[in-house]
Every structure is written in C-alpha cells, then in structure tokens.
Write a protein that binds this ligand. Structure first.
Ligand code: HEM
Length: 487
C-alpha cells in the first residue's frame, strides 16, 4: 500500500515541477541576456538591471524607449524581459535588417502565436520550419490586396463612409470623441471584407478585449499564450470563435448555392476558401480562423489611430483643414480607388500623420548569427539579440527631417532627405500587406467627412491628442471636439 507520506511527496513534486522549470527558464534567460550584453560594445542607459525585468522601469515599452532614446541619441543596448536588445533609429541599419539580410522575428513571438492562433501571417517566422507556411499564405493573401482587388473593395470603403457621414448628422455641434467613431468605422470594414458582414456588439467587445490582452506579461513566459487562450480569456475567445466559424460556414453555404457573383463580391474569406497548398490541400476552418483573426489584430486600430491623429492635427491647423476641404470638394463623391489615392494634399496629410505617429512605433527582429549594423561597424552583435528599429525616433530624428516636431504635410512635396527614413509599413518581404488598403480606406473617409463637415477641437480637454503608448500601437487617448456643418 502506498503510504500517505509518499502520496503527499509525489503530489508536491508534481505540483512544483512546472514552477521549478519556469524559475529555471527565467533564470537562464536573465543570465543569457547579461552575458550577451556584456559582450556588446555599445552604450547603455544608466539603469541597473533588475532580475528578469532588466532595465525596463515603465509599464510602457514605448514611453520607456522614447525617453531613453531622447537622452542617449545613439544606438544603444538594453536589457529587457524579452532578452538583450539593441535599439537603433538609423535608416541604413533598418535597410540591412529588413531588406538585405531580412532577419526573422525570433522566439519572442511564440507565445503570441499560441494565444492568437498558430497559422498567423503576423507572427509566423519567414524562414526555418514555418517559412514555407508563411510564404504560401503571404502569396495567397497578396492577391486580395493587389490593386484590382482593392478597386473592387473600394465600394465597401465608400458604403461604410456614407454610413459614417450620415451618422455624423447626429453629432453636429455636440461634443464627440472621434477616436471611438473611427475605431467603429475601421472595425466594421475589417469585419465586412473578411466576409463576416455586420459584426454584433458582443463580438466587437470580445475582440477588442482580446486585442488589449496582447499587452499581458504572461506572453513573456513559456506556455503563457496557451494559458491566456484556453484559461484566462477563454470566454471571450469562445464568443469570437463562434462568430468567426459561423461566418466561414455561411460563406461556404452562399458559395455552394451559387448566389454570389464571385468576382464582384470576393472577400478575403473567399481567397482563403479558394486557397490550396502545393499538394492541392484546402485550408481547414481552423487555419482560416487564425488568418481572419490576424486582420483584426493588424488592420483595425492601425488605421483608426491614424485617422484619429490626423483629425487632431487638422483641427489644430485650421488653414490646412480648409485646404483639405477645398481639395476634397473638387472631386465629387462617391470616389473611386484611383481618385482616393490621387488626392494630393489628403495623402500628404496621411503621410505626415504616419510620420509623426507611426502606429507600430518599433519593429523588432532577432539575430540568427553574428551581425553587424552599418551604424556601429566595430560591434559584433551575437546570435539571439533583438534588434529594434525605433520608427517613432527615426521619423522624428532631426538628422533626417527639418523641424521634425512640426506637422507639415507640405514637406511631402519634396523627396525624402534620406531614403529609408520613413517606413510606417516596414519594408522588405514582410512589408504590411494592407498598406494600399489602409491608404485608400483613410483617404475615402477623409474625403467623405470633409466634403460636408469641419472638425474643431474642444479646449482644455486633458490628454486631447496626446499619444497613448500603453498598448502595442500608438493611439491618441482621445480627440474630443465638435463636428460643424460647412457654410
Ligand atoms: C495605417 C495602417 C497600417 C499600418 C501603419 C500598418 C503597419 C504595419 C507594419 C509596420 C507591419 C510590419 C510588422 C512587422 O514586420 O513587424 C505590418 C504588417 C502587416 N499588416 Fe499592416 N498596417 C496598417 C494597416 C493594415 C491593414 C488595413 C491590414 C489588413 C487589412 C494590415 C495587415 C497586415 C498584415 C497581415 C501584416 C503581416 C504581414 C506579414 O508579416 O507577412 N495592415 N503592418
């Protein structure tokens, strides 16, 4: 008979093994980071590294790096919870990491993949064992973002714009926070183009909730992603999955009944349903679910945040807003894709907003062997170090921009002073697949709003237009003001 003491001892060992394994893992990560950083002959902020947290002292990576970069003004090394990191704002470094060598995303994304779905265009590596999957998916989905496909999607942008502008009637002369309206607009468009139609409130709330949780530090520890998906945020996941799987089923049914004119109404979901891998295998519903998720992650807040910052800047620059109004009124709606992309001043304002407020403020890759950055030729960066190109810093670096803190869309009348110094959508093989989509979507809505209304900021609103860097993406806390009818 097994004694009680043996049972207790066995249970204790079983319970403590994962904890001990986790502790050993974290200790090894910390030790590895210290060793690699010691080898790196680069300046570092004067902050004593703490166990695991390293030199991170603020909850927000964005604020922390912004302050450090402003103080250091050079390429520097940093001890972070995701390991040793080198931070640069140099366009030549950017080009080497993203274009010439095309470094991969590294292990820091593993838990995000577990949380958000494994077959995920954003988090999959483009080399190694996942490389083939990423490439097949990217080639496939690229079709949905080429200009002919976007010209078809333009009618969706126009339809949502018309709805948005009609709804503004309810807000005329009343106080309104534009960030909320823009978030609804870009969310609805993503739901529509992935073939999910009108998204119910419950789905929206759950998806937003899950996106916010991407900031959870659990994603820094092994199995944390699984824990978040299947335990901590299971309920929200079930709600979202139910909706997404229903959208897939409904679309399949509609296609089977041939009630769709396939080319006219082709959605991103159709591209995924048509897709076959090299062996003629179709994607499973589970794989399609993972892909559809990614468009919410990558395509909704990025665009709505850009719209919010742009509305803020246009309200602060009344003369500029008037010039935008004059431009959009010279092109009667509904506008076509080409017309949206050719609105010169509107597109300059979009660029300027993306320069000053790049939604993805930093982009990170990991070295897979010894690596040398062009800006620090005497330093060999060993394997397993994160290289962060700090886009926000690069986009505001006085070496590359005249008066970088000034919102001045007219600077875009001239070519860039330094090629590669502007890259809100990244560059290279993993450049944002949705960049032309986003640019057309934003220009179409700006055209719709300013054809009829103007926007004024409300005075003395705390944090109006201020950057909120607490989440992964830059956004304004709020943009509160008044919608006014044009005379
Ligand atoms: C202003 C709007 C947007 C900005 C600033 C933006 C920015 C970016 C950036 C910087 C990346 C590269 C991330 C990295 O490699 O680490 C990226 C990738 C991606 N974006 Fe966007 N994005 C925007 C809108 C969109 C939209 C509207 C969609 C889809 C409808 C989208 C879908 C994606 C996808 C799927 C990827 C991953 C591509 C891959 O790795 O193969 N994005 N985006």
């Amino acid at each position: 008979m097994i004694s009680t003491a043996t049972t207790v001892a066995t249970t204790a060992v079983l319970a403590l093994t994962p904890v001990a394994a986790l502790a050993a893992y974290i200790i090894s990560i910390d030790a590895d980071a210290r060793k690699k950083l010691k080898q790196l002959n680069l300046p570092t902020p004067d902050i004593k590294p703490m166990f695991f947290l390293g030199q991170m002292r603020e909850e927000s990576f964005f604020y922390h790096v912004r302050d450090l970069q402003a103080a250091m003004r050079c390429v520097f090394k940093l001890h972070t919870p995701v390991g040793p990191m080198v931070v640069t704002t140099d366009p030549e470094d950017f080009k080497k990491v993203y274009l010439q060598v095309n470094l991969d995303k590294g292990g820091a994304n593993d838990e995000v993949r577990h949380y958000w779905g494994a077959n995920n265009l954003v988090t999959l590596q483009h080399a190694g064992s996942h490389g083939h999957i990423w490439k097949t998916q990217r080639n496939l989905l690229d079709q949905g973002f080429k200009i002919p496909a976007l010209k078809i999607l333009q009618s969706t942008f126009v339809r949502h714009t018309e709805k948005f502008v009609a709804n503004l009637e309810n807000y005329v002369d009343k106080e309104v926070d534009m960030t909320e309206l823009f978030a609804d607009f870009t969310f609805d468009i993503i739901a529509d183009v992935i073939g999910a139609g009108e998204a119910p409130k419950e789905f929206k709330q759950s998806m937003n909730y899950l996106i916010r949780k991407l900031e959870n530090p659990l994603l820094l520890i092994p199995m944390g992603g699984y824990f978040m998906r299947y335990v901590a945020y299971r309920k929200a996941n079930i709600i979202v999955d139910k909706f997404i799987y229903k959208a897939i089923r409904d679309r399949k049914k509609a296609r089977a009944s041939a009630s769709l004119d396939s080319d006219e109404h082709k959605t991103i979901l159709d591209f995924l349903l048509d897709a076959e891998d090299d062996n003629g295998r179709k994607l499973t519903d589970n794989e399609i679910r993972d892909q559809l998720y990614v468009f919410f992650l990558a395509g909704f807040e990025t665009s709505s945040n850009t719209l919010s910052f742009m509305a803020f800047e246009l309200a602060r620059h009344k003369e500029l807003q008037q010039r935008v109004i004059d431009e959009v009124k010279s092109v009667p709606g509904p506008i076509q894709y080409d017309e949206a992309r050719k609105l010169e001043l509107v597109n300059r304002c979009i660029n300027e907003s993306l320069r000053m407020y790049p939604p993805a403020s930093n982009l990170t890759r990991e070295t897979s062997s010894d690596f040398v950055l062009p800006s620090t030729p005497d330093t060999v960066i060993p394997k397993g170090v994160q290289i962060t190109v700090y886009l926000y810093g690069m986009h505001r670096d006085p070496r590359y921009w005249d008066k970088p803190e000034e919102y001045n869309p007219d600077r875009w009348a001239q070519p860039l002073k330094v090629p590669g110094s502007f890259a809100p959508f990244s560059m290279g093989s993993r450049i944002c697949i949705g960049r032309n989509f986003a640019l057309a979507e934003i220009a179409t809505l700006i055209h719709g709003i300013f054809s009829k209304y103007r926007f004024e900021l409300k005075d003395n609103v705390e944090q109006n237009g201020e950057i909120d860097g607490r989440t992964g993406l830059l956004r304004p806390y709020k943009v509160v003001g008044y919608i006014r009818k044009q005379d």
